[in-house]
Ligand binder design. Structure first.
Ligand SMILES: NC(=O)c1ccc[n+]([C@@H]2O[C@H](COP(=O)([O-])OP(=O)(O)OC[C@H]3O[C@@H](n4cnc5c(N)ncnc54)[C@H](O)[C@@H]3O)[C@@H](O)[C@H]2O)c1
Length: 334
């Protein structure tokens, strides 16, 4: 579906983090709908390096890009040398998604260096190219503030959330000093859908529970999961928000969610209904202190200023995603 008035054919588009979940979906959106666009992906991909929590340091995977016809550059956003490889292009749009996306990384130096420092360089690139910048912020900036989460009231409670909060402030200051540039931050809530499989343990509850059910096991949830709420947003709607943002030559930070909170238990129940199983639920105690219990995005500004309207309820998103969940079952994530 075309979400914008802009003809992106003949436009040059940079997608950082393009080998990851959201970035690869954006790349294929442009390739499919605007085959004459020039798409450049910049991503560090994955190596064997792991964090102390046992998760990979980066989740980019070539399998997310099989069929992609644009340019791929393997590079680190922390390296000015690597970023200089982008000097050969003149970008009309920059979608900046590269980041340490794992919210349970507590190495403050690394996460802030990666997510924050690099942003200055990418903003300078957008200034040199006069390109529109659309970057990924996150609902993690809100910490455990009560719902609905509103832009302007933030309280990050982990290094990841802090890094995104700093990016928003950098964007705000950069826009003030460069008023002709358009810089838009999108605060994604809990995204699920095609392309997230290689995020392994950090992928959404939807695919993780889906695969437990396909194993014939009762889905495992924290005790009280009927009272743990999140604003889940389907990847197609996240793509919509990015594309619609291109239509508006403005600066700002916008929530990207459904504007509705649903419980963890809802996900297990919808999956079991759609898969025709009745396995019950395996409850375990929640090991985390300060666990977010309710997120619900205030999307009024996103609707009014970016014309964003989510098209997929949780039920519709899961139904659309289910064939992919089944296809990926038992595939390795290497
Ligand atoms: N998926 C969600 O629910 C969600 C929610 C809020 C915000 N976000 C943000 O959206 C963006 C995309 O998230 P995603 O879910 O696609 O995660 P992802 O991990 O699949 O994608 C991030 C990509 O960035 C790449 N990357 C990591 N470090 C890099 C570096 N130093 N240099 C170059 N590339 C690097 C990774 O290889 C990966 O391909 C991220 O900025 C993330 O913080 C995602």
């Amino acid at each position: 579906m075309k979400y914008s008035k802009i003809d992106f054919n003949k436009k040059t588009i940079l997608i950082t983090g393009g080998a990851g979940f959201i970035g690869s979906n954006l790349a294929f959106y442009f390739q499919k709908n605007y085959p004459k666009s020039s798409i450049v992906i910049f991503d560090i991909f994955r190596s064997d390096a792991i964090f102390s929590n046992g998760n990979l340091k980066s989740f980019g995977h070539y399998k997310n890009l099989v069929g992609f016809k644009g340019d791929v550059i393997c590079g680190n956003i922390n390296s000015k040398d690597d970023l200089s490889l982008l000097n050969d292009y003149k970008f009309d749009f920059i979608f900046h998604n590269a980041a340490i996306s794992d919210t349970r990384v507590y190495d403050q130096e690394l996460i802030i260096r990666t997510n924050v420092n690099s942003f200055y360089d990418l903003l300078e690139l957008s200034k040199r190219n006069n390109s529109q910048m659309i970057y990924a912020s996150s609902a993690a900036v809100y910490g455990s503030l009560p719902s609905p989460q509103i832009v302007g009231t933030e309280g990050p409670e982990n290094p990841y959330g802090f890094s995104k909060y700093m990016m928003d402030q950098i964007a705000f200051n950069f826009s003030k000093n460069n008023p002709s540039l358009s810089i838009i931050g999108l605060r994604y809530f809990n995204v699920y859908g095609h392309g997230e499989y290689f995020k392994s343990k950090t992928s959404s509850l939807v695919i993780q529970l889906g695969h437990q059910i396909l194993d014939g096991k009762a889905p495992t949830l924290f005790e009280g999961s009927d009272k743990i709420f999140r604003d889940f947003i389907y990847i197609e709607d996240v793509v919509q928000s990015n594309i619609k943002a291109c239509d508006f030559n403005i600066n700002g930070i916008f929530n990207v969610g459904n504007g509705i909170s649903r419980s963890f238990q809802d996900i297990a129940n919808i999956l079991q209904k759609e898969m025709g199983t009745n396995l019950g639920t395996n409850y375990i105690s929640n090991p985390y202190n300060g666990y977010q219990l309710d997120t619900k995005a205030d999307i009024s500004a996103t609707s009014e200023q970016l014309m964003f309207k989510p098209n997929f309820s949780l039920e519709e998103g899961i139904c659309d995603y289910l064939p992919e969940i089944k296809k990926l079952h038992n595939q390795d994530t290497l």
